[in-house]
Design a protein around this ligand. Sequence first.
Ligand SMILES: Cc1ncc(COP(=O)(O)O)c(C=O)c1O
Length: 362
Amino acid sequence: MKKRIFLMRPSLAKEDFDQIKKVLRSKFLTEGDVTKRFEAKIASYVHARYAIATTSATTAIHTALECIGIKGKKVLVSDFTFPATALAVRLAGGIPVLADVDKDTMNITTEIAENSLDDYTRVILPVSLFGNPLERDFYKFRRIGINIVEDAATNLGTKIGRDHVGSLADITCFSFHPRKIITTGEGGMITTNDKRVDERCRSYKTFGKVKGEFIQDGTNYKLSDILSALGLAQFSRLEKIITKRLQMAKIYDELLSKISVIEPQKTTVGGRNTRQSYTCYVTKEHLRDKIREKLAHENIESQIGTYALHRLPVFKKCLRKGSLSNSTFLYKNSISLPMHEELSQDDQELICKIIQAASNQQ
Ligand SMILES: Cc1ncc(COP(=O)(O)O)c(C=O)c1O
């Protein structure tokens, strides 16, 4: 049996187990001081005033949108993303309007957003994807009264210039799912500089409570101290994890530069791309699936980049801007390669050799 090369393996250390055990021993298992400390660490790291922990990025985005109020309103959403982005808009009573992305950075650009906005759209939900930041001037839409709620589920640690993603949009939402840079198993975080947003989100995720009184609608999206203990322990290694990923990305970059049909995601100018996923597109039609088959045959996991939402049954009738051709192209031709600390240089060389052989056969 060939060795399995996983797409993703969370980085787990003794400290992670110790911190979880400590919470279990305390017998305080719901959201409490440990989650507060986790929130404070994330807020300070991304240079935001407030951080609010939730059960996932999906519930973080839902909470954020409920709190700014989007019922019956249009929200411009990147089409190339995980379904959760637009599902959260619908959950909060909004109307997603799907917009294209740039083929190379795989993110929505300022130009695409400019061409997609109409007089009725006051909220944009851009996705910064796979560790790659949005363009610096994307945030200029805030100056004309448009709210930016950034889906940065994949992008903790991402920077544009010296600024951390998490401090630039009105509201930013992160994920701690196991495929993300650091994990709590399942979990999410909202960051903002707006005190009112902080208060509303905090109340919404805690049954609508304010100072112990149930005064408005809400739900339970609290993050248990057990999970936050894991988050805190993981957070202490965040920069180390990113450095290792950047080293692995460099090896892939070099190996794949010799294969003419493979184009790795391009980092936005001035950005630190943390490479949450190492995602490429394949320029020859149908070759992506052949490559994935060959890798699977060698017991190597891979994944498509992500989805073109307008191609999914649930969003078929969604409003859209333009042809969404880049998103469609990436949905059909993008591939994410294994990326985690257990991956060796030999593994990376083997993966690229298989990709090269599959490409030559076409
Ligand atoms: C871009 C994007 N947004 C949202 C989500 C949902 O995150 P979560 O699983 O934490 O709800 C994901 C998950 O992969 C994602 O990639």
